[in-house]
Structures are given as C-alpha cells and as structure tokens.
Design a protein around this ligand. Structure first.
Ligand code: ADP
Ligand code: MG
Length: 253
C-alpha cells in the first residue's frame, strides 16, 4: 500500500537556520496523524513543505507516491512546472490557525471559489456542492453570511468546507482551534472527527490532546526540527519514552 505521505530525511533551512533536521515519517491512507511539539519545533514548516508553500533543501517528500515538486528521471531530479505543481496542490487541503476567508464573499461563495476558479466548474454545480458541505459542517443556515457575521468557530468550519470543496485526498490542519475561544473549539473538533470517520487522511498539528487520544491513529512528538517519538496516541500520551516528550506533556496536559 502506498503511503499517503512519506518523508525521508527531509531537511529545511531558512538561511543559516536549519528548521527541519532530517524528518522521516509515513502517513498511511485514511490515517489521522497528529503532530505535537513546542512552538518553533518545525511543525508548520513541515506541513508547508507538503503543501508546496516551502521547498525542502534535502531528502525526499512524497504524497501518494509522487515526489512533491519534482520529477525523478534516473538519478536526476527535475523541478515540476507551475501547472504540475498546481495539479499536486489541488489534491491537498489545508486549514490554518487563522481562517483566511475572503471577507467580501459569503460563506457559500468562499466554498465555491476554488472549484469555479481552479477547476473551471460551473457555478451551479459548485454552489450545490458548497451548500452540501456547509450542511456537513453544521452551517446550512449561514450560507449567505459574510465572515464578519460569523463566529471564529463558524469561520473555521467554513474554511474546512472550503478545503473539502476541492475534494482533496489529504487534509492538513495547522492548529485549527488555537485561535478560537474555548467554547467554540468543540464544534470544530466535531467536524474534524466526522471527517476522520469518513476516511479522510489527515495530518493534524494540535495542542488538543483529547482529540489526539480519541481520534488519532498515530502521534508524533517533534522537537527542534526532529521527530523525537512516534507511536499510538494513547501510548505516547500515557507512557512517553523520552525525557523531552515527558517534559512537553507535563506542560500541556
Ligand atoms: P512550529 O509550527 O512548530 O511552531 P515553525 O515551523 O513555524 O514551528 O517554525 C520553526 C522555526 O522556523 C522557527 O524558529 C521559526 O522562526 C523559523 N521559521 C519559520 N518560517 C520561517 C521563514 N519564512 N523565515 C525564517 N525563519 C522561519
Ligand atoms: Mg506552527
């Protein structure tokens, strides 16, 4: 079975600063893969590399068997053309801490935008799917609202619907609930749980250890640009093997 994501010795530097120091990991199809670690450990950078927002400096990164950003011929790597990169990105949905909705568009227009602009889908088809997705994230009655008329949790659910509108095979979540008031976190996590149950492959950077324990299939603790510990979430959370994992968990649990 082809891994949905495979990282082999992934390195990433910004100038002289090495932020990812050789990441090796594998995410299976349908897996909910949780990534935890202190601020600055490289979690966002890793997600951004998967989604072509950053380029790796060394190693190999594959999504669904395809090298991210490159084509390999013999021993040589060739950079993909812009349209080939766009095709790879289309299959990956990403949800950020800040929801980044288009402020001048209603919820349903936000969800329709990429299918219409990127996939040249008809507005009627895109709207129908967008309304279904808004219903799926519990916002059927908010389709006509602008982002400013929605709570943070509702905006984040629109952002999830927007990512799903492109029918991705992989969803990346970068601390999707960290910017929310505590009482709004649960609704967003419920949507993510439903998505996990539907079989979506998900990489979730989160501080929500309850979600990781209950929904996650795998948990990775990252520190200082490296994977420190990997295992089943319940194992790692209740019986961490490394001092750095123990120390981090004692602060967040
Ligand atoms: P995390 O998401 O785990 O908090 P990040 O991946 O955001 O960590 O950041 C890891 C390190 O990389 C930090 O030291 C951060 O300052 C640095 N970094 C991230 N993006 C850039 C950038 N575009 N230019 C320079 N340094 C960056
Ligand atoms: Mg981050």
């Amino acid at each position: 079975m082809t891994a949905m994501v495979k990282a082999e010795g992934v390195h990433k530097s910004f100038g002289p600063v090495e932020v990812l120091k050789g990441i090796d990991l594998e995410v299976a199809p349908r897996e909910v893969f949780c990534l935890i670690g202190p601020s600055g450990s490289g979690k966002s950078t890793f997600l951004r590399c998967i989604n072509h927002l950053e380029k790796i400096n060394a190693g190999r990164l594959y999504v669904d068997g395809d090298l991210v950003g490159y084509r390999q011929q013999g021993n040589k790597l060739y950079e993909l053309r812009d349209r080939e990169v766009a095709a790879q990105r289309r299959d990956i949905g990403m949800v950020f801490q800040r929801f980044n909705l288009f402020p001048h568009m209603t919820a349903v227009e936000n969800v329709m935008e990429a299918p219409v602009q990127v996939k040249r889908e008809s507005k009627a088809v895109a709207r129908e799917r967008a309304l279904k997705l808004l219903d799926r994230v519990g916002l059927a009655d908010k389709a006509g609202n602008y982002p400013a008329q929605l709570s943070g949790g509702q905006q984040q659910r629109v952002a999830i619907a927007r990512a799903l509108a492109m029918e991705p095979k992989l969803m990346l979540f970068d601390e999707p609930t960290s910017a929310l008031d505590p009482e709004l976190v649960g609704d967003v996590l419920d949507v993510m749980r439903d998505l996990a149950e539907s079989g979506m492959t998900m990489i979730v950077v989160t501080h929500e250890m309850g979600f990781a324990r209950e929904v996650g299939d795998a948990l990775v603790f990252m520190d200082d640009g490296a994977v420190v510990e990997t295992g089943h979430p319940r194992e790692v959370l209740t019986n961490p093997q490394h001092e750095r994992t123990k120390s981090f968990l004692s602060k967040v649990l």
